[in-house]
Design a protein around this ligand. Structure first.
Ligand SMILES: *Cc1c(COP(=O)(O)O)cnc(C)c1O
Length: 424
């Protein structure tokens, strides 16, 4: 059990098996960074691997595609193999490519095959806007009205989605389901196994957006039978702004040709034959389109070394412990100031961040920044706080709550406008 004292925070840090990883990251002295769920911090390893790739460009030019430590021609597949251990895919089921949204377009172009009255796509009303925009445009490309054919399951409490409501919405007219693993605002973790099983019993394909879980929660996409998944690496995987994303396609679907084809999806032996007949790779590599964005992949090389050293199970264990500790301190010190915890509290239902709700959330976030604490604001009333296992200590969590208490007690937040800035 936890104790509310500062001494106890130090004790937790002493016992922390991952504490040495903080030295691997660039973080300013006296700063606490709780926004790794939006953009992970830069690690020294990521900086080194980026540097390594720019040097290869400088020194080897075109030769960099096939020579050197990380030949660019194979990089997307090689890194896909490494990322597969984070998501529980077979090595050939994962590739590093594209962006979250472009991968969703690619996967929907492949797996959405409306037939007869089976034409609908099922999502949820709390889904991330970009995913919804992609689904709306995909329906339009097929000549369907998104208002009618995109079904968004309602939330009962404005924060979470009930799995039974999702399952009840899996009706005969649904062709495809797209859901987040973890909801970006409340941090609810959906039961992927249960939803996948229910979808398949009803002969519906299901894909997951893993943006808010990959790098903080171990997944078992292959074993669960998930048809496909896609995610970014710039949040919990710390691969840098706009870092290249990832996708998983279950091997059961390796007989399919991707909906959007391009030469980098070719069988690698055939690609430079330059034929006008496409010969796809026989694995997830087929879902690539054009030339990989090598400079935006490069930091991932170094970042993944840290995941191999720490282990995703250990990362999840620390993350759960740190979010539990944060919730404990919030309940101890902050409830009297009008804060509510908006995320599910059970371990198996929450992701890597705590969702604090407050009517003055925007001004509280601005005040926190002036105390050198970086939170994340989501309108209208959510403060997301992610104690990332690699670089947030238990004492950082303790200090954050004490700073929040001071901001409320002394009404510091009243000096700021309760409005969002451009990004957060
Ligand atoms: C961050 C995030 C995105 C972002 O998509 P990009 O194509 O990388 O800009 C999409 N969906 C979810 C759920 C996210 O959390």
């Amino acid at each position: 059990m936890f104790k509310p004292t500062e001494q106890f925070a130090h004790e937790l840090d002493q016992q922390d098996q991952l504490k040495q990883f903080k030295n691997e990251f660039y973080i300013k002295d006296d700063h606490i960074y709780l926004d790794g769920n939006s953009l992970g911090l830069m690690s020294k390893r990521a900086e080194q691997s980026l540097h390594h790739v720019t040097e290869a460009w400088k020194n080897d030019a075109i030769g960099g595609w096939v020579s050197g430590e990380y030949p660019w021609f194979y990089l997307s597949e090689d890194l896909g193999k490494q990322v597969s251990s984070l998501v529980g895919g077979k090595p050939e089921e994962v590739v590093v490519t594209g962006s979250t949204t472009s991968n969703l377009h690619q996967l929907v172009s492949t797996f959405y095959q409306p037939k007869g009255n089976k034409t609908k796509i099922l999502a949820d009303e709390l889904n991330f806007p970009s995913d919804i925009y992609a689904l709306q445009s995909q329906l339009k490309l097929h000549g369907y009205d998104p208002d009618e054919h995109l079904v968004r399951v309602k939330s009962r409490d404005g924060r979470t989605i009930d799995e039974d409501d999702l399952i009840n919405a899996m009706t005969d007219d649904v062709a495809l389901i797209i859901l987040p693993t973890v909801l970006y605002r409340s941090g609810q973790l959906l039961n992927i196994e249960k939803l996948t099983k229910a979808a398949h019993e009803r002969n519906i394909l299901i894909g997951f957006d893993g943006c808010h879980s990959v790098g903080v929660i171990p997944h078992h996409f292959h074993e669960a039978g998930v048809d496909f998944a896609y995610w970014c690496h710039y949040k919990y995987v710390n691969s840098g702004p706009g870092g290249v994303a990832g996708l998983f396609v279950h091997e059961n679907h390796f007989d399919k040709t991707p909906g959007l084809t391009g030469w980098f999806g070719s069988n690698k032996e055939k690609q430079f034959d330059m034929e006008h007949t496409f010969t796809p790779a026989l694995d997830a590599g087929a879902y690539q389109i054009g030339t990989p964005h090598v400079l935006s992949v490069a930091p991932l090389i170094g970042s993944l070394e840290l995941f191999e050293e720490a282990g995703i199970e250990q990362i999840r264990a620390k993350s759960l412990h740190a979010t539990a500790y944060l919730m404990y301190l919030v309940e101890k010190y902050l409830l009297e100031y009008g804060f509510t915890i908006g995320n599910p509290k059970e371990d198996e239902r929450r992701g890597g961040h705590v969702c604090l709700e407050h009517d003055e959330a925007a001004s509280v976030c601005k005040a926190l920044k002036d105390y050198n604490v970086t939170p994340d604001f989501r309108a209208p009333n959510v403060i997301r706080l992610a104690p990332v296992a690699f670089y947030v200590s238990y004492h950082d969590v303790y200090r954050t709550v004490q700073i929040l208490k001071e901001i409320m007690e002394k009404k510091v937040y009243k000096q700021y406008k309760n409005e969002r800035d451009v990004i957060a």
